[in-house]
Write a new protein. Structure first.
Length: 226
């Protein structure tokens, strides 16, 4: 089982002067779900190299058993420090792709032509695409072979407007994930704020928030095993 995980290279939180990036829990929990299931994992990002970690995700309140495990894992941290460039990977080399969130993807991956083509390529090859938290926002420009928005008529979830409001970034982000998925015709649903909530629709698996990252990964593993 070979799984590609795609991380953001974007580190600026709008014009706030604060830093953003990927959310540690959303990398660490799926990483070990895949690793413990025997998967071979490749990490990629638009710029390659060491992707920016959202500093907030490393605060004590947001640390978990899996984030501690990741940070103590020399092989994992070395792999993170040398992600491959997104334009160098092909769906042909993997069984599935997983996108962790954090706010960063809303700026770069959502608009990245390589990311858009990659997701379309995975689905065209009948391979799974899983995204969690803010990452479902990177589907905004992904199209079906007929040229329609990928999410149109499909069951999806992602970071809620009320969760964005709670972290005080409604006016900072380039778009709201919930609003964007609905605007593109997605059959959007959500669970309670900050609770684990995962939706599957065929090859597409989406999770609502950081708490959903492990369950999203487990859902992917389960579907790959079928």
């Amino acid at each position: 089982m070979k799984i590609l995980m795609v991380l953001t290279s974007h580190d600026q939180l709008g014009n706030t002067g604060r830093k953003t990036g990927f959310w540690l829990e959303e990398l660490a929990a799926p990483y070990y779900a895949f690793k413990d299931a025997g998967a071979e994992i490749t990490l990629a990002s638009p710029k390659g190299g060491n992707p920016p970690l959202d500093p907030k995700s490393n605060e004590p309140d947001f640390q978990t058993e899996q984030t501690h495990r990741f940070e103590a894992d020399a092989a994992a941290t070395a792999q993170l420090a040398s992600t491959v460039r997104l334009d160098s990977v092909s769906p042909a080399d993997f069984d599935a792709v997983f996108y962790p969130g954090g706010h960063g993807p809303l700026w770069d991956l959502a608009e990245d032509q390589h990311s858009i083509a990659l997701i379309e390529g995975f689905l065209a090859a009948n391979k799974h695409v899983a995204l969690v938290c803010h990452a479902p926002g990177v589907l905004r420009h992904v199209k079906t072979p007929e040229g329609k928005p990928l999410v149109e008529g499909r069951k999806v979830t992602g970071f809620t407007n009320s969760e964005e409001e709670a972290v005080g970034l409604t006016q900072v982000v380039p778009f709201l994930v919930e609003d964007e998925l609905i605007a593109k015709g997605g059959l959007y649903s959500k669970g309670a704020d900050w609770s684990s909530y995962v939706v599957s629709d065929g090859l597409l698996i989406t999770g609502q928030n950081p708490t959903s990252s492990a369950e999203t990964a487990q859902q992917l593993i389960k579907q790959l095993a079928q």
